[in-house]
Write a protein that binds this ligand. Structure first.
Ligand SMILES: [Zn+2]
Ligand SMILES: [Zn+2]
Length: 378
């Protein structure tokens, strides 16, 4: 692996990034972010549709009037809510401000330079990726109904992609988060034999879940990530406990199998001491990467090589991370999808409240997007 490369062609990406980075907003509350993006797209000459499906999502559209494919580049806009010094604080710890900045910058550039010569280009800004709900919300609108190609990009942590490099096919895993509300029976702390302790039941459920084994050739994980039980007093057996799980699997059939086994393990685990599961609640479900198109991935690979050099172009990478981007090709299997990972030196890792990276590499993302657009619509 070489030293990585920085594209020198200057766009407005850093100006956009500095502003968007200063106004982090959580999922479905990207009001200022959406306002800024919509305003800049309109200034650049795009037809802008705001409030897609009643959300903060928006799209800028340019129709060349010449027959050709409809190409969408999708960027996410939301920040994460961390608890910092006891305060809920929105921060762009996943770099979605970078994604929006790169997409806006390339939209301005291709318009100013007249590079869309056929077909239609849609710059799609999606809310609430972190909530696993944004793509599904956008799909309630008709904005992607006519799309032939959809492209996503995500900055990568330094462990996955060296700075100045690019991954041409980032294969995301499936991710799913759910909780189980476990009901026991309340009792005085001195008379535990009259109660059923839901905390004990929850630990039985967790042990049962930890004993799940899928085929070891598959990559998957399941772990308890949250445990709540508090009746408000310390001298009584509480009635309820709630446990939350994070599940990952490399493909969608494995995720379905993991989900079925987890539900069975939790139900039977709590039943071991007479407790019951009152309800399961599923929060998010990110499908694993599907819909990658060979021809599009080849175009991405050639575009990336032209920007960062062949030696810094990584053909594919299997990540355990999740992305709701794949809701688009899963819903519309005819859409040709591509997903690019951008090496920017993000440390210590994404979702860390102090995640930081070298913004000079964002120009690479703009240029890769630009070259892909030139190939598809030039
Ligand atoms: Zn994230
Ligand atoms: Zn992200």
């Amino acid at each position: 692996m070489g030293q990585g490369r920085v594209k020198q062609d200057m766009s407005n990406v850093l100006t956009h990034y500095r502003y968007l980075h200063s106004i982090p907003e959580p999922g479905f509350q990207e009001f200022k972010t959406a306002d800024y993006l919509a305003g800049k797209l309109e200034e650049a000459g795009y037809k802008v549709t705001r409030n897609l499906a009643g959300s903060t999502g928006l799209a800028g559209e340019y129709d060349s009037g010449i027959p050709g494919p409809v190409v969408a580049i999708r960027a996410d806009m939301d920040a994460l809510t961390h608890v910092i010094d006891g305060q809920k604080t929105a921060r762009h710890s996943c770099g979605h401000d970078a994604h929006s900045s790169m997409l806006l910058a390339v939209a301005e550039k291709v318009m100013a330079e007249g590079k869309i010569k056929k077909g239609k280009f849609k710059a799609l800004f999606q809310p609430a990726e972190e909530l696993g709900a944004g793509a599904l919300k956008i799909l309630e609108s008709d904005i992607v109904d006519d799309v032939d190609y959809i492209i996503g990009m995500h900055i990568r942590p330094i462990q996955e992609c060296p700075p100045g490099s690019a991954i041409c096919e980032l294969r995301y895993a499936a991710g799913c988060h759910f909780s189980a509300l476990i009901r026991g029976r309340q009792a005085h702390g001195s008379k535990p034999h009259l109660g059923i302790n839901p905390i004990d039941a929850a630990t039985c459920a967790i042990a049962a879940v930890n004993a799940i084994h899928l085929d070891p050739r598959l990559s998957y994980s399941i772990k308890c990530t949250r445990f709540h039980a508090d009746s408000g007093v310390f001298n009584s057996v509480p009635e309820y406990a709630e446990i939350t799980f994070d599940m990952r699997a490399q493909d969608n059939p494995s995720m379905n199998e993991l989900k079925e086994q987890a539900i069975r393990a939790i139900e039977n685990g709590v039943a071991a001491i007479g407790a019951t599961v009152e309800k399961f609640e599923f929060y998010t479900h990110f499908p694993a990467a599907e819909g990658f198109d060979r021809e599009l991935t080849k175009i991405i690979r050639e575009s990336a090589a032209a920007v960062v050099g062949e030696e810094n172009t990584i053909p594919f990478f299997d990540t355990s991370g999740g992305e709701d981007f794949f809701c688009y090709p899963v819903k519309f299997p005819h859409i040709k999808a591509g997903f690019i990972g951008l090496g920017v030196g993000a440390e210590p890792c994404l979702h860390h409240q102090d995640m930081h990276f070298d913004t000079k590499y964002l120009e690479n993302g703009v240029s890769i997007h630009e070259k892909v657009l030139e190939r598809l619509l030039g």
